[in-house]
Design a protein around this ligand. Structure first.
Ligand code: TRP
Length: 335
């Protein structure tokens, strides 16, 4: 590859809001969720500064195998992946939900080392993360042209379809697909396909079904970090919406359903109680042992994941597994 200094670009497609609109939307979601039977809170609100820090800790827990498994499978298979990506010449490497690109950097290193012709398009809802990543890559890989996009997935996908003229390789790593309900996940993969052209590639990270005890432990670590992460949602409501949740009166409860292949996380009210939110000026009542559902993490068999890709209009190319066989990055080609 021609060695050159590139100027990275940042495309911001996020809806500009002053904080008040964000707070109003948060308040509305919380009010709706707490008024439903059964109660629920959306996992999209886990990741404030404190929640992001706790999730970093989760990723290094001995029980939380997911991140390490995908990292090691990328290390093991990166040479083969890079050959598969680059077989058709130049491509845009699109990274949905790139974050700090900790795992993608393994591929960027390999692509650069092998002199492959590509540019890198990380996409994330966090503007701060995309600015930081762009700066970081300018230092570590000055030869890679980076077009960072700040957007929600769907807005970002539309932009890609319209602005990236060449062949695309889209990454959706980290088993993020697992946090969609199955129908929604299928729909999302179909939307990805709709913004691609025949011949484009798609690499999907999936946490596979395995010993239920292993899965349960990953969401119920012995040191209590996952509990703190789940409870932080209530703390955030207290902080940002003027709530008065008594954190000592709620506990983290994880449940894995091995027939459905889904890990559920709950917050359980240990007694009958009432919570008041200044933001909505309303009270929400909890019966003793009433639970709030906070997140589902769906696990897939290789067959289910293959079928999901096929149903969305992809052909299955291959799957790359970690050595324990618990996590897969599945490669699909748009037909
Ligand atoms: N989305 C991650 C996952 O499903 C986040 C996560 C890890 C999580 N542990 C959790 C979400 C506990 C809720 C509760 O793996």
């Amino acid at each position: 590859m021609l060695l050159q200094t590139t100027t990275n670009t940042l495309i911001d497609l996020s809806q500009k809001t002053d904080g008040s609109q964000d707070r109003a939307a948060f308040a509305k979601d919380v009010a709706e969720g707490l008024s439903q039977r059964p109660k629920k809170l959306s996992s999209r609100y886990f990741y404030d500064a404190n929640g992001s820090r706790l999730f970093q800790q989760i990723m290094s827990l001995p029980e939380y195998y997911l991140t390490r498994a995908e990292y090691s499978l990328l290390q093991q298979h990166r040479a083969a992946m890079v050959e598969a990506f680059a077989a058709g010449g130049f491509f845009h490497l699109v990274d949905l939900g790139a974050g700090d690109a900790m795992k993608t950097k393994l591929l960027l290193g390999e692509l650069t080392k092998k002199g492959k012709d590509f540019d890198y398009v990380p996409l994330d809802i966090s503007g701060a993360a995309m600015r930081e990543l762009s700066r970081d890559l300018q230092q570590t890989y000055p030869e890679i042209y980076v077009q960072a996009v700040v957007a929600e997935y769907i807005t970002g996908l539309q932009w890609l379809g319209q602005h990236l003229p060449k062949r695309k390789v889209v990454l959706f790593l980290g088993s993020n697909i697992g946090n969609f309900e199955r129908q929604e996940g299928q729909k999302f993969i179909r939307q990805i396909r709709q913004h691609l052209q025949p011949g484009d590639l798609f690499l999907l990270g999936v946490d596979l079904t395995k010993d239920p005890a292993t899965i349960l432990a990953a969401y119920n670590d012995a040191s209590g970090v996952t509990a703190a992460f789940n409870l932080n949602l209530l703390e955030r409501i207290n902080r940002e919406l003027g709530g008065n949740f008594d954190l000592d009166a709620f506990s983290h409860f994880p449940l894995y359903d091995p027939q459905e292949g889904v890990m559920h996380s709950f917050l359980v009210s240990e007694r009958e109680q009432e919570v008041y939110l200044e933001a909505t000026q309303a009270r929400y009542t909890f019966a003793a042992w009433e639970a709030i559902h906070t997140e589902s993490s769906h696990k897939y068999t290789l067959q289910q994941a293959t079928d999901m890709g096929r149903t969305a209009g992809f052909e299955f190319v291959t799957s790359y597994l970690d050595e324990k066989g618990g996590f897969a990055d599945m490669l699909f080609k748009a037909v």
